[in-house]
Design a protein around this ligand. Structure first.
Ligand code: HPA
Ligand code: ZN
Length: 319
């Protein structure tokens, strides 16, 4: 039996497996510039975050209808359930869909067709987190939040993703203030490729409660001390770090040092269709490559519920 765990860093568009991409392409009459799934898989060689994002945005062209988003989410939930995921806080990137003429309603209603039945169907409770694309403008983020207002009963929080370097958190001060005023929870990717200062800024300027990745905090001992003191969770994604070359090989991953430092670390899959593994695969991989024993893996699974947006009583039931 896989350890019961919560997944807190998962881009639903990053769960699009090659087989489903081709199925949706055929259903929607969308031409993909790859002959078949083998040829597509060969394109999964990334130099850095941007080279991955190029393919990630290209393949989204197949997602067009509510049913597509429902099928995408159901495929993820089935795989996650098999790997012990009991609770998932799921990112989505509405700007990438709005730019293709796919409306906020299509995305949220489609995802909700799967998420609404997830506890009964897959044994997984869920939350939705709307992410702003940090390489788009601050105005576009504000327009996106405005477009999300009719759907806020199904959206728990906001996040910040896409190309990090050159797009510091401060650029999104206004939209995070507006999100907070609407009662939304706040997270942001920071310190994946960007410097430790972006982590500090995400905390101080955006008021985030949790940092996505946050790996580069290890370059700043005072920041590590603060993250420990304030019990700020980090949502690490080890297989993603290797595939995007943030870390050379998994055996060099700083996760053990981060746990030793007292950081509240969680292990997640990020974009599992692209990075070679779902949540349980990430747990297995760090266990094997970093020599983490049963106790440490249990600690990571426990942390995932502590760091979640589940209320205390719900958290106990999910475990
Ligand atoms: N980092 C930043 N943006 C993203 C990622 C990521 O790992 N995955 C999807 N969008
Ligand atoms: Zn991510």
């Amino acid at each position: 039996m896989p350890l019961p765990k919560a997944e807190l860093h998962l881009h639903i568009e990053g769960t699009l497996e090659p087989e489903l991409a081709f199925e949706l392409a055929a259903r929607n009459g969308v031409a993909l510039p790859y002959a078949d799934t083998d040829e597509l898989r060969k394109a999964y060689q990334f130099e850095d975050l941007q080279s991955f994002l190029n393919l990630y945005y290209e393949l989204m062209a197949v997602l067009r209808t509510e049913r597509d988003f429902e099928d995408l989410a159901n495929a993820y939930l089935a795989r996650a359930a098999a790997q012990g995921v009991r609770h998932a806080e799921i990112f989505f990137d509405p700007q990438a869909h709005l730019a293709r003429g796919v409306g906020m309603g299509t995305v949220v209603d489609g995802l909700w067709r799967a998420l609404g039945g997830s506890e009964a169907e897959h044994g997984i409770s869920t939350r939705l987190i709307l992410c702003f694309l940090r390489d788009e403008s601050a105005e576009s983020a504000l327009e996106t939040l405005e477009a999300a207002k009719p759907y806020l009963d199904r959206i728990t929080g906001v996040g910040l993703d896409s190309a990090e370097v050159g797009h510091p958190p401060v650029k999104f001060r206004e939209v995070y203030e507006a999100a907070a005023a609407l009662g939304l929870r706040r997270v942001a990717h920071a310190g994946e490729e960007g410097p430790p200062e972006y982590i500090t800024e995400a905390l101080d300027v955006l008021g985030v409660e949790r940092v996505d990745h946050g790996l580069r905090c290890m370059e700043d001992p005072a920041l590590v001390e603060r993250l420990v003191r304030e019990r700020i969770p980090l949502t690490l994604c080890p297989l993603s770090n290797v595939r995007l070359r943030t870390v050379d090989v998994l055996a060099d991953h700083p996760l053990p040092a981060m746990l030793d430092a007292g950081l509240l670390c969680t292990v997640n899959s990020d974009d599992p269709a692209y990075f070679g593994g779902y949540a349980g695969d990430n747990f297995d991989a760090v266990g094997a490559a970093l020599g983490l024993g049963e106790e440490r893996l249990r600690e990571l699974a426990r942390n995932s519920f502590v760091a979640s947006f589940l209320e205390d009583d719900e958290e106990r039931r999910a475990r």
